[in-house]
Design a protein around this ligand. Structure first.
Ligand code: MLT
Length: 309
């Protein structure tokens, strides 16, 4: 039956190179997760997957491009909690809608958020950080990856809990933002764990807390925000593959199966876990589960971010 209902173009998919748009700079969390997973997916699919970093406007430039791409399975995007949820309340004129303009393919990784600072930032722990940022609200600055990015949205949540409005310093991704943090050019940042683990382990930045209920196995010495005295700040982002709306169900199924196979691969798992990612449980790996996540995340972030617009 399948042979009669599946369009010819989907039957032998893929027959050529696939482009995976990454909406942030190379070397950042979305790029790193995409490269780890797509390298394995390419083996399964028998075709190359080329990463194209398209930066700007907190990831919304790239996501607009992906929404308008041909829905033939050859242009995909790794979106995240920012591009496919936080951007909705922050950009009243957003040129795409995460739910209406995309087919969810597969969730790749959960990424706990950490409160990080330059190595010589005066506060020693989270309690001191809170007091310092409140006392120096006019002076301190916070790096982020553009309005609507994960780092921006999660620090908006932190800053609203603290009642502060630091100066925001935008970058094209938290890869370059992390370089600025390491160089001491910016004060603090809320970033996804994947980007932070190598720097924390190298001792080049400070980590005050991880904003999840449990400590992360990759950073056993970093306390949770609850342990460190700020239980109200809880944040975990996620990265996931999306295809333009109308991409054939057969292609989505092929891509989803390849992503799941990657997430079950021992080497892929080790690389993701070593960087602190949370590998999605089987029930959360379907396109339907990703659609539900997007819906819930838009509902969750809209009231948090609406006052900031
Ligand atoms: C990145 O890859 O640079 C991040 O995902 C940016 C962010 O959303 O904070």
């Amino acid at each position: 039956l399948g042979a009669f209902t599946v369009p010819a173009s989907a039957q032998n998919y893929p027959t050529r190179t696939i482009t995976m748009i990454v909406p942030f700079a190379a070397g950042g969390p979305t790029d790193v997760i995409s490269r780890i997973v797509t390298a394995h997916m390419a083996q399964t699919l028998g075709q190359s997957i080329v990463i194209e970093n398209v930066v700007g406007a907190g990831g919304t430039t790239a996501t607009t491009r992906a929404a308008r791409a041909a829905n033939d399975g050859y242009t995909l995007i790794t979106g995240h909690m920012g591009t496919h949820a936080a951007s909705v309340p922050l950009y009243p004129k957003l040129a795409y809608h995460p739910e209406k303009d995309f087919e969810p393919v597969a969730l790749l990784a959960g990424t706990p958020i950490l409160i990080l600072a330059r190595k010589d930032f005066p506060p020693k722990d989270l309690k001191e950080f809170v007091a310092y940022v409140k006392a120096n609200a006019e002076k301190v600055n916070a790096a982020h990856a553009g309005i609507g990015s994960v780092s921006h949205a999660s620090c908006e949540l932190l800053n609203s809990i603290l009642g502060v409005k630091p100066v925001g310093v935008p970058f094209n991704g938290t890869g370059p933002a992390m370089n600025a943090l390491v160089a001491g050019q910016v004060d603090y940042m809320c970033d996804q764990i994947v980007n932070a683990v190598p720097q924390i382990n190298a001792g080049t930045i400070k980590a005050y807390a991880v904003a999840t209920p449990e400590r992360n196995p990759s950073l056993p010495n970093v306390p949770t925000t609850t342990e460190a005295g700020l239980p109200a700040f809880q944040a975990q982002a996620w990265n996931a593959i999306f295809a333009p709306k109308g991409t054939s169900p057969a292609i989505i199924a092929t891509l989803n199966a390849a992503a799941i196979k990657a997430l079950d691969d021992e080497n892929v798992r080790k690389r993701l876990l070593d960087l602190g990612s949370v590998i999605p449980a089987p029930a959360n790996r379907t396109p339907e589960a990703l659609a539900t996540l997007v819906k819930n995340e838009i509902a969750k972030w809209t009231p948090v971010l609406k006052p900031a617009t």
